[in-house]
Design a binder for this molecule. Structure first.
Ligand SMILES: Cc1cc2nc3c(=O)[nH]c(=O)nc-3n(C[C@H](O)[C@H](O)[C@H](O)COP(=O)(O)OP(=O)(O)OC[C@H]3O[C@@H](n4cnc5c(N)ncnc54)[C@H](O)[C@@H]3O)c2cc1C
Length: 358
């Protein structure tokens, strides 16, 4: 990874896909689409190499948009330099991650200090030896109006009372050098009140503001993932002979290839359309399209990777080829940043709010 990061810096690619005031990068979503797509060919290596890895990229954007000068100097600059890593801590053991009102981790906001108690799990990046920052979403006022019950707190990973342990694997994958997705407990973690990001009560709003583009970027990457899987499928079909003919000459295989290409083109067109909507500032339409994308893209790409695995026979399941990893990546995104069902429900609700017929 260090070699790749050095190469990215030399070629001017480090932070080049992070449009921020701080970086001076001004690319629009539609301009980012083909670039982020390429990183999806090797989703874990490429993102890390360019400083685009989840959740660092999202935390960087949060700090850029909402951090105070002090918070930015302390956390944003080293994250942009790549000298520290971070984690985003929202999901909790024992309760539904899809339901923020079920959250049990509490932040007690006092006079000059805040105190955190609770537990989070599946915290990507927190087990990295370089992780210094935990961006924690916690319940601050359960009686407030919906959308005003949570607060984001910037917690030093080494603060007294923070314990990081274990690490979930995903189908046996450990998330490379980042060490899996650990559980974190917060026991009377006391910090200065200026550890709050933005204002108390606006945590979910801040998170949602950034989640939309983050979800779109997942889907941009998935186009690249699908392209790579289809390339591997075609290469194997051309080269493998069974009996007297190549797999490429088999009608079933050709049909899989055609279906994969059709799904990729639909997906790419939808990604570009959604990027255009965001660039045009059409927030409502963009939100709907992001749900359509997020509910359909991982499933489509999971299917394409699965077809590629099938054509490769047992080799397709092995870790010598990237297909199992690509399939896992697509499968994972059917939960991360909201499960399929939540996005489908959101699409249906928008549809039902539409103009009545007759
Ligand atoms: C690889 C990976 C990395 C992750 N990284 C992080 C991280 O860095 N930080 C973090 O905080 N979390 C992380 N997560 C956790 C992830 O955000 C949650 O898994 C996700 O929010 C779903 O929460 P849950 O697992 O508790 O499932 P639940 O909320 O219990 O949902 C279980 C199932 O219920 C159904 N369901 C849920 N909501 C609805 C709905 N609205 N309508 C209909 N059906 C529904 C779906 O079938 C869903 O799959 C990660 C997860 C994975 C797999």
């Amino acid at each position: 990874m260090d070699v790749l990061r050095d190469a990215a810096r030399r070629h001017g690619l480090w932070n080049a896909l992070l449009p921020l005031e701080r970086t001076g990068v001004t690319l629009r979503q539609r301009e980012l689409a083909p670039l982020v797509e390429v990183t999806g060919r090797s989703p874990f290596l490429a993102s890390d190499a360019l400083n685009l890895a989840t959740p660092d990229a999202e935390n960087i954007k949060l700090l850029d948009a909402c951090g105070t000068a002090t918070q930015q100097n302390r956390w944003l600059d080293p994250l942009l330099d790549g000298t520290i890593r971070s984690s985003y801590c929202m999901t909790e053991p024992g309760v539904a991650g899809s339901d923020p009102d079920a959250m049990r981790t509490v932040i007690d906001i006092g006079d000059g200090t805040v105190t955190l108690n609770g537990a989070k799990h599946w915290c990507t990046g927190a087990a990295s030896p370089d992780c210094r920052l935990l961006v924690v979403v916690a319940a601050s006022d359960p009686d407030a109006a919906r959308g005003a019950r949570h607060t984001i707190c910037l917690v030093p990973a080494q603060a007294p009372g923070v314990t990081i342990s274990g690490g979930h694997t995903v189908f046996g994958y450990h998330d490379g050098h980042r060490g899996g997705r650990p559980t974190i407990t917060f026991h009377d973690v006391t910090l200065p009140v200026d550890s709050i990001l933005g204002h108390a009560g606006e945590g979910l709003g801040l998170a949602q503001r950034l989640l939309g583009p983050a979800r779109l970027h997942h889907c941009m990457r998935l186009v690249g993932t699908a392209e790579r899987a289809l390339e591997l499928l075609c290469a194997r079909a051309r080269e493998r002979t069974i009996g007297w003919r190549r797999l490429a000459d088999d009608g079933t295989v050709q049909d899989r290839i055609a279906e994969a290409r059709i799904r990729i083109e639909h997906l790419r067109a939808l990604v570009h359309h959604t990027a255009d909507l965001i660039d045009a500032g059409d927030t409502d339409a963009a939100r709907r399209q992001i749900s359509v994308l997020k509910a359909s893209a991982p499933l489509a790409v999971e299917w394409i990777c699965d077809q590629a695995i099938q054509v490769h026979g047992a080799d397709g399941l092995s870790h010598e080829l990237p297909l199992a990893m690509l399939w896992t990546y697509a499968r994972t995104l059917r939960f991360s940043d909201g499960p399929d069902e939540a996005h489908r429900r959101s699409v249906a609700r928008t549809e039902l709010r539409g103009p009545a017929v007759g």
